[in-house]
Design a protein around this ligand. Sequence first.
Ligand code: MF3
Ligand code: CO
Ligand code: CO
Length: 257
Amino acid sequence: MSVSIKSADEINKMRVAGKLAADVLEIIEPYVVAGVTTNKLNDICHAFILEQDAIPAPLNYKGFPKSICTSVNHTICHGIPNDKALKNGDIINIDITVIKDGYHGDTSKMFEVGKVPKFASRLIEITQQALYLGIQQVKPGAHLGDIGYVIQEHAHAARYSVVREFCGHGIGKQFHEDPQVLHYGQPGTGLKLKEGMIFTIEPMLNQGKRHIKMLADGWTVHTKDRSLSAQWEHTILVTNNGYQVLTARTNETINET
Ligand code: MF3
Ligand code: CO
Ligand code: CO
């Protein structure tokens, strides 16, 4: 597969899909409290997405059984919603992908359940900063390696590790398109960005070592050392002079060019 340049019409549809995915993360927020099950969060998101005449992309994607991904504490990504309740002090990533009018919007954020330890909040905050630093590299002529490099450097300066087995991705009519967007790398290397490309950036940072353990369900990914992990994700359009974050939330401050 090669890296597609989206037409103006496709970009408009990606804007709508991106905004809807962002809305889901906003409406679910008040429900992310101690005592709620991740299945309940799944069901609320699922119903909201259908009400918007959209499709939850994870459901039945390569056999994934639910409509959202819920990754708690030492789960890195692709956690499957279940009947276990969240408890005070947990951290959770909720990853939403919708299909609206044939196009995908993909975004995730971290939530804190009740009062969480300082070390957990710090991991969450540094990971969000890593995402924003990555986004700020995006402009025509920049390289994918520029994005990976700033994420990796920010993580390591804070003494966190970067997960290597999962990456950002091109997105459009398909959930996962070319290119692969690595969260590590060297400046000036890799694909050169062009106006009209759309891809996600979705760094996963671990408090301990970077190594992963895939569970027997074929989806759930844990940190091998069971240390905490955090992830944030946005869908990004390369504009003529920089970027636009298609999945920006209402109360999120992002300095677009
Ligand atoms: N939303 C994830 C991503 O950012 C992919 C989840 S695949 C699923 O790429 F099947 F688990 F939903
Ligand atoms: Co993604
Ligand atoms: Co996602």
